[in-house]
Design a protein around this ligand. Sequence first.
Ligand SMILES: [Zn+2]
Length: 189
Amino acid sequence: MISSLGRGYCAFCARQQRIFAYSHGGALVNRCQQCGFPSNRVLPASVPDENTPLRILCIDDDRLFLEQAKDLLEEQGHTVFTAEDGEKGLAVAARSAPDLVLLDLIMPGLHGFEVCEAIKTAPELAGVPVVILTRMDNPQLNGRAFEAGAHLVVHKSAAGDDIRRLIRAVRVLMDGDPPFMPGPRAIMD
Ligand SMILES: [Zn+2]
């Protein structure tokens, strides 16, 4: 079930947004309709493990974007794996043990939602946070991304501007008690 709760402050968007209640594993979580960040979480200016390197898998058919993201993330000390479509991405995920997956939606072959669901239903990958990076601005599509188990949905331009903040948001969600763990088909049931 999904239900609107009106507007509330989203710490990731840093403004008032429409807030929806999504059911995850039997618990209701209030999430920003735009980005999916839980409305009860704050996003501090820094977190203690800010500089801990991560293993990050980027799946995108846009090679230029892949190169840019890889450069940016490697500059920040992360280890980056890339794949140009969903099938390759799942294969790389299975052997690279990523801490985080950055995932495009529209790609040849598997759609981003299918890739996200496949990650969330693979026992060894289910705990890996997935952030959808998209150029579309469609809250209904975002709802489907949350349904597929995505932690966040972020516009690509915003991710490019401040990927460090994006990763901090993921750390906040993963380090929470309990960690934020959306599952596939968690809404619209
Ligand atoms: Zn938001």
